[in-house]
Design a protein around this ligand. Structure first.
Ligand code: ATP
Length: 204
């Protein structure tokens, strides 16, 4: 498999913003959220197994996953959550591996919001890159982007690993607490570093 970096960060920290900057420099970006979404879109590869496991009531008329209904079910039913994850995770894993093999860039950048939370990602990537920003900045950005009340943003953050834990697990960190210009030198430096690592891994 190609040299792979796992990009993670809390909600609203700027994962997509930073991933786009790496993509512009030639990295092959594989967004696991997009892949998870396509698996549960109409005709998505996970839909037959989900309907089989949960019943046709969990599909919308056009054959996509009824996300609102599923969210409600798994919210306070850990057993249902485990069944959902048992269907989705292996498929996400296979689809992301296939996307990585098909990638044409010098290295692959997996965007994985819950990388630290989901364990098995750590062994699939050579480097973990955390996008970091203060919690107040997260709250402000997500309130502005999604029009959510502060309490709801904080509830989502409370379900994710702490900022400290993420920083502890990361090999590389990009600080995103100012304007987007402040990201450019950080992205340039790490992109050059990853290209060096790719070259080293080829001669090793
Ligand atoms: P999510 O976890 O919700 O998918 P994310 O980590 O991918 O979020 P982005 O979508 O990249 O984060 O950024 C969140 C919001 O903050 C977006 O509206 C984005 O335009 C804005 N944003 C990100 N970084 C900056 C920045 N440095 N300056 C100003 N706005 C920013």
């Amino acid at each position: 498999p190609p040299f792979a970096v796992g990009l993670t960060g809390g909600i609203g920290c700027g994962k997509t913003t930073v991933a786009d900057l790496f993509a512009a420099r030639g990295a092959s970006v594989v967004d696991t959220d997009l892949i998870a979404h396509s698996l549960t879109a109409p005709q998505g590869a996970a839909m037959p197994a989900l309907v089989e496991a949960f019943g046709p009531g969990y599909a919308t008329p056009d054959g996509a996953l009824d996300r609102a209904r599923m969210r409600k079910l798994v919210f306070d039913d850990p057993d249902a959550r485990a069944r959902l994850e048992a269907i989705l995770h292996p498929r996400i894993r296979a689809a992301t591996a296939a996307a990585a093999l098909a990638a044409t860039g010098p290295y692959v950048l997996f965007v994985v919001p819950l990388l630290i939370e989901s364990g098995s990602w750590r062994e699939r990537v050579a480097r973990v890159l955390a996008i970091d920003c203060p919690e107040e900045v997260q709250v402000r950005r997500v309130m502005a982007r999604n029009g959510l009340p502060e309490a709801q943003v904080r509830a989502i953050m409370a379900a994710q690993v702490t900022r400290a834990r993420r920083l502890q697990e990361a090999d590389d960190v990009i600080v995103n607490d100012a304007g987007t210009e402040a990201l450019l030198p950080q992205v340039e430096r790490l992109h050059a570093f990853y290209l060096d690592e790719v070259a080293r891994s080829k001669t090793a």
